[in-house]
Design a protein around this ligand. Structure first.
Ligand SMILES: [Zn+2]
Length: 179
């Protein structure tokens, strides 16, 4: 088993298992997503751990920064990626409340993230189903393991509420965004 303790919890759809440690870190990410929502940004939060130690927290700030690339994962990785490739490197996990996009997955590859745990799947723009063997040797070698984690419903509801309130930018996406 990959997990670092023996406590497992079934998520609502019974398909996925996660540990208490993973639930705790995802809760931190979810709280950051709520902070984003409060200030008017897309509610996505991210947490980075190395050997289950908290290294950083980030949130989406696209609206605040007027920059569509200000994703939670990018802002977080830009602060901690140098440390992650240092020695000795532990097992790094990126927790995010929404399945990462192409850009953030690329940044995870560059930062050598070992595992990405996401709360809410994104069937439209998420990267979890990409076959990395089609991306060339280097990408395949460093491609992180994707895993669905806790707080799927909570993250989804936050995102849906935000998109409904910001239909000008998110209306088209919302139509296609299903659980
Ligand atoms: Zn992204």
């Amino acid at each position: 088993m990959l997990y670092s303790n023996n406590l497992f919890i079934f998520s609502s759809n019974k398909k996925f298992m996660f540990s208490q440690i993973e639930e705790n870190f995802m809760r931190v990410a979810l709280n950051e997503a709520k902070n984003c929502y409060s200030r008017g940004d897309l509610p996505v939060g991210a947490v980075l751990t190395i050997n289950d130690n908290l290294e950083g927290v980030g949130g989406n700030s696209a609206k605040t920064n007027r920059d569509w690339t200000s994703h939670a994962e990018i802002s977080l990785l830009s602060r901690v990626s140098w440390k992650m490739k240092g020695n000795p490197k532990g097992i790094s996990k990126l927790y995010t409340t929404w399945e990462p996009c192409l850009m953030c997955t690329g940044a995870s590859v560059l930062s050598r993230v070992d595992e990405i745990i996401y709360a809410c799947p994104d069937p439209i723009g998420g990267m979890s189903k990409v076959d990395s063997s089609n991306l060339g040797y280097w990408n395949e070698k460093h491609w992180p393991v994707f895993k669905e984690g806790p707080f799927r419903e909570e993250s989804y509801n936050l995102l849906i509420n935000y998109m409904k309130e910001n239909e000008k930018h998110w209306g088209t996406f919302l139509k296609n965004f299903k659980r």
